[in-house]
Ligand binder design. Structure first.
Ligand SMILES: Cc1cc2nc3c(=O)[nH]c(=O)nc-3n(C[C@H](O)[C@H](O)[C@H](O)COP(=O)(O)O)c2cc1C
Length: 213
């Protein structure tokens, strides 16, 4: 692990479970791999804008036709460059209304670009973002990895599909679940997530993750 891109997406700031787990992962990586460069983009506090008509056109055509299109292409270029520079992407993804936050969806909207992060071949779409690993920290009020609510999970499959579409297939999902189901369930959910996160990080010197106070 030499270059890490961390994307945070919570609107809850310091109270956020996913932000906390992403921060713990960053601290553990820093303690274990001193040479690792870590870039953090907090989409919860600094969201990328939703696509406009101009932005959508700009990302699908070879050149910008006005200032708004040029700005959209520049933002897309920047977000893609940050992704391409990373060998590991750590994504904090709270569940909002059964899916990912719109901030993370917007990030994907600027990053999925034909001819840049994926292309079409006779055999179908080909992801061009290769050789990377992703760790996705899912935080959820309820439980979706099993039980009756699992059919409502539009978060994990959507993120998995989008990452796979651009070529990131080595993905570890870390699930912090049951966070709104009482203190005991919350503690259990966070403990399970920390164990899964530690395994996903696979650091050369195992570091026990500790909750930020
Ligand atoms: C706007 C909003 C919508 C939410 N929708 C859901 C939901 O559909 N299912 C669920 O289990 N939890 C839902 N929650 C609870 C969050 O998933 C839970 O609080 C989680 O901890 C948020 O992640 P964070 O702590 O990293 O911010 C929602 C929370 C908010 C603020």
């Amino acid at each position: 692990m030499t270059n890490v891109l961390a994307l945070k997406n919570s609107i809850l700031g310091a109270a956020s479970a996913s932000n906390g787990l992403v921060d713990e992962a960053i601290s553990a990586i820093k303690r274990s791999n001193h040479g690792t460069a870590i870039a953090v983009r907090d989409l919860g506090t600094s969201p990328v804008p939703h696509l406009s008509g101009d932005a959508a056109n700009a990302l699908r055509s070879p050149a910008a036709e006005n200032n708004e299109q040029a700005a959209a292409r520049a933002l897309s270029d920047l977000l893609i460059a940050e992704l391409m520079a990373a060998d590991t992407v750590v994504i904090g993804a709270p569940m909002y209304n059964f899916g990912m936050p719109s901030t993370l969806k917007s990030w994907f909207d600027y990053v999925l670009r034909a001819g840049v992060t994926f292309s079409y071949s006779e055999a179908g779409p080909v992801g061009l973002v290769t050789g990377k690993k992703a760790i996705v920290v899912l935080s959820r009020g309820g439980v979706y990895s099993e039980g009756p609510a699992s059919v409502m999970d539009s978060q994990e499959p959507h993120i998995r599909n989008l990452l796979a579409f651009i070529g990131i297939n080595d993905v570890a999902f870390v699930r912090a679940e049951g966070l709104a189901m009482g203190p005991e369930m919350r503690d259990q959910g966070l403990a399970k997530a920390r164990a899964a996160l530690e395994e996903a990080l696979g650091l050369s010197e195992p570091v026990e993750l500790k909750a930020a106070s």
